[in-house]
Design a protein around this ligand. Structure first.
Ligand code: ZN
Length: 279
């Protein structure tokens, strides 16, 4: 009896521990060979994700939106050394459409439990897509570096203006106007960065790497010493963990990099008391 049930038991056990399974379209496999990250368009529904991630499969390798996204993703991710990709723990990148968390539409979702980044190929505007590529990637990196994508970094918080309190997180700041680079407050490029410490860091990472985003904020950074300090700290924190970054930062941010060796510089920043967030 047990012998007859064993295959079923094993199947059920495997199902409980299952990570999402992915098919491997050939076009996307070539990306895998280059970056070490597995790209896919087809996923089975996630059953163990802590989020209610919903999407539709693209299922067509020559889909123009997919080809466009793949091309720009390739360009953006190629800016990062393989050591940083490894450091992020990123395993899979899934290109889908009609992406949402519950009923809330999303241009991208980082599933840092399964190390999968989901991107919606129909999100509008190439400059925005390039920004989103880096923003979401940073969430994966933060989770790997500090054990939580929502780490309330006391060094980072020490750079904020006295008494500054973040909002309730990115999930509560979905109005598209908040992502406009409006410099609403010293030290913040947009309203989204003010919604949570983790979003602030991801936005700074994105302006460092997405060149059109940088061009949009460059003059703000020039006059804002807090933004400059955030760039200096974030680049030093990542470089301290991945020395390969030393020669890969874009030319246009060189003037904002720390003069000291990365880890030494991080040690000069004094932690602020625990960041208090809105409730
Ligand atoms: Zn985010």
């Amino acid at each position: 009896m047990f012998k007859r049930l064993l295959p079923l038991v094993l199947m059920l056990l495997a199902g409980c521990a299952a990570k999402p399974e992915f098919q491997r379209p050939s076009l996307l496999q070539t990306q895998h060979q280059r970056t070490g990250v597995f790209f896919t368009t087809e996923t089975r529904p996630l059953t163990v994700s802590p989020w209610d991630i919903r999407y539709q499969n693209i299922g067509y390798e020559q889909d123009p939106k997919l080809l466009n996204y793949l091309a720009l993703f390739e360009q953006e991710i190629a800016k990062l050394p393989p050591a940083v990709l490894r450091l992020s723990g990123l395993d899979k990148v899934a290109f889908v459409r009609a992406l949402s968390v519950g009923p809330q539409p999303r241009a991208a979702v980082p599933d840092y439990i399964h190390e999968v980044l989901y991107y919606d190929v129909d999100a509008p505007g190439d400059a925005y897509l390039r920004h989103v590529v880096h923003h979401e990637f940073y969430h994966m990196l933060e989770q790997q570096l500090y054990g939580s994508a929502y780490y309330k970094d006391p060094l980072w918080h020490s750079l904020n203006p006295d008494g500054f309190v973040y909002g309730n997180g990115g999930a509560y700041a979905r109005d598209s106007s908040v992502s406009v680079f409006s410099h609403p407050h010293p030290g913040f490029v947009n309203g989204y960065a003010m919604s949570g410490l983790e979003e602030d860091k991801a936005e700074i990472w994105a302006i460092i790497w997405a060149q059109q985003s940088w061009q949009a904020v460059e003059t703000l950074v020039e006059i804002d010493s807090i933004l400059q300090a955030k760039i200096r700290l974030l680049t030093a924190q990542v470089q301290c963990q991945a020395p390969e970054m030393a020669n890969t930062w874009p030319d246009y941010i060189q003037r904002y990099l720390a003069a000291l060796p990365a880890c030494e510089f991080v040690d000069t920043i004094h932690a602020a008391p625990a960041a208090v967030e809105g409730s």
